[in-house]
Design a protein around this ligand. Sequence first.
Ligand code: SAM
Length: 287
Amino acid sequence: MISTSLRGIHEANRASWNAAVIAHNSHKGDQIRFFRGGGSTLFAEERDLLGGLDGLRLLHLQCNCGQDSLSLAQLGAAVTGVDIADQAIDFARNLAVRTGIPAEFHRADVYDWLTEHQRPTEGFDVVFSSYGAIRYLSSLGLWARLVRGVLAPGGKLVLVEFHPFLEMFDDAGNLCNPYSEPGQPRFCPHGVADYVGRAGPELAAGDFHEGIRGFANPYPHHTFHWGLGEITDAVLAAGMRIEVLREYPYANGRRHLSSARTIEGRRVLPPPGLPTLPMMFGMRAIR
Ligand SMILES: C[S@@+](CC[C@H](N)C(=O)[O-])C[C@H]1O[C@@H](n2cnc3c(N)ncnc32)[C@H](O)[C@@H]1O
C-alpha cells in the first residue's frame, strides 16, 4: 500500500500535471483533424516492441491526454487508459468522442487503479507505459507486482522510457544528479514544465501552434529516479520474464540537452562532438 506521505506527493503531482497539460495541448494544433486523417503519435520503437495489437486488450498506464492511447486503438487494440490528472483524462475522453476512436479512460492514481483491478485468472494482454512515466512511480516493486496482477498469463508489459543516465544532466549538459535515488522523491519547485512549447515545431507530431507563451507552473512536482538495474530487478522480482531489453543512442521527441540535434523521425541525438550516449531504453516482459 502507498503511505500517506507518498499519497500526498502523488496528489501534488496531480495538481502540477493538471496545470501543465493545458499549456501542452495549447501547442498541439487541431488534434481531431490529425487523428481523423489517420495520424499516429507512436514511434517505431514502441510499435516494434508491442507487435500486432489487433483484438488485444491493452492497458495504457499514465496515458496523459490519450494521444498514444488513441493511436494504439487505431491499431486494433481495445484500450483502457489510466492517469491521475483530471485535465488529461477530460481531454482524452473528449478526443475519443470527437475523433470517433473507441477507448476507455479512467482518472485514478495508478496504484489505486491497479490494486482494484487485480485479476487472478483473466486480465490484459498488454500493459504499456512510456516516455516520462517511470519517474512518477514512488514504489517500483509494488508497481511491478500490481502490473503482473492485471496481466493475463502470457500477457506482456512493454515499457519505452528515457534512459535514467540522461537524468543525470541538466539542460546545459552539466553532470548534476545521482544516477539513481531509489524511492527518494526529488522536489522540483518549478513544477511540470511546458516541454512541448519549449521543443517547438521540430518535435511536434502534428501541426505546432504557438499557444500559451511563458508558462510558469505554480504547482511544484516530485519525481523518482530509478536506475536501469532497479527497473529490471523490479520486473524480474515480480515474476515476469524479460524477453527484450534495448538501449537506444537517441531520445524520441525529447530535447533534454539544449544543444542536442534533432534528426528525421523526431529523434534527438547528443550535441555534435560527443560520443554516443544511452538516451532511451525499451523492455518487453512476459507474465
Ligand atoms: C510524461 S507523462 C506520460 C506521457 C505518456 N507517455 C503519453 O502517452 O503521453 C506522465 C504522466 O504520468 C501521470 N501520473 C503521474 N503520477 C501518476 C500516478 N500516481 N498515477 C497515475 N498517473 C500519474 C501524469 O499525470 C502524466 O500524465
